[in-house]
Design a protein around this ligand. Sequence first.
Ligand code: UD1
Length: 416
Amino acid sequence: MDSIHIYGGNLLRGETKIQGSKNAVLPILAATLLIKGTCVIRNCPRIADVYHMQNLLQELGCPVSWAGNTVTVNASRVCDNRMSGESVTRMRSSIMLLGAMLGRMGEAVMSYPGGCVIGRRPIDIHLAALRKMGVEIVEEDQMFTARALHLQGTEERLPFPSVGATENVILAAVLADGMTVLENAAKEPEITALCDFLVEAGADIEGIGSGRLMIKGVDKLHEVKYTVPADRIVAGTYMTAAMAAGGSIFLEHAPAGQLGALLKAAQEMGCCVTLNKEGIGIDVLRRLHALPYLRTEVYDGFPTDLQSPMMVVLALAEGEGIVEENIFENRFRVVDGLRKMGADIETVKNKAYIRGVEKLKGTMVEAEELRGGAALVVAGLAAEGRTMIKNRHFIERGYENICKDLRELGADISIG
Ligand code: UD1
């Protein structure tokens, strides 16, 4: 039936373990193409986007196998350089294969990548950055060909600290000739994870975690075993669930150091947050008060991926708040569903004006994309009565088992 059913209104109580990070593992799986041998990736989430990446690696001739949450990729041989079909067009992160294939094969032919319907999501910054490294790109209708007889390190500055473009430059630069200096690089924790993986494999990268990366090309990389860090967005989503529904929960492995902006917002709204090296505890014992203004920003500002779940929290808080979306232009698609559940939200351009209501009511709503879908789950947990969310598959692109996790936190939720 591709749906999720929730009987809302329960306070959340209990603890759950946070899965491995989707946005970290996808570029890391692409990076395995740079290594002539076998890589073992532990704590890999079993989610649809990872399966798309697995299909793409297999189509390129690299066997991929699973044991629990451990994935083994054997990229001893890469037999093809053509990437098209559903796995590319369905998933934005397929673009990571571009930098990796250029590093490995010097050539890639691919369809334009897809992903969530949250905005235009062009790849012009990726292509311009790679051109500076000596890559020739011929664009056609649905496909493009990228070729580099000689990948050359370079000094360049991104016009915007794009996460994907930063990852592609890193992937192309680690085996290029000479030094690449990338200014205005993205600083998201997923970039750090990719760099850590590559350094363990023998890459020479300095400035990790900063906006200035220095990547000295090496002759080759070696086999590596790596454990994917916990998913900050999944942890953040479950925090917003407690903020909306109330209760006391503990999120094991939640990366507190990467969630500063959400933790600050939670405390300002009246939550009691406890942090230790095992994870994050959050107690929400009364109705929260609104945050007057919240804007999404690049790391370490408030993440765009938590904007929709946070709107649900504000929809139930006491008072009025404004949310300004600055990363993607089409990220208020969930508002219609939330209004249907009783939220009082108006949007004008990239701002949402939210007046807190005392209750949401369960009804039938449709997920249209990943994080908006997760926001509907958060709303369903807090709402009175039964919520049915259609199009569960969007949510499963990023959450390994959202129903099981939330049941561990006391929710009445199941797939239908
Ligand atoms: C973005 C988010 C990332 C999030 C991911 C999945 C930021 C900065 N990036 O990463 O945190 O986890 O979505 O939801 O928060 N852009 C261009 N041309 C390009 C590349 C990007 O115009 O070549 C624009 C995009 O349209 C968008 C913005 O730059 O408005 C952010 O893009 P980017 O960081 O590249 O997106 P993702 O890598 O998908």
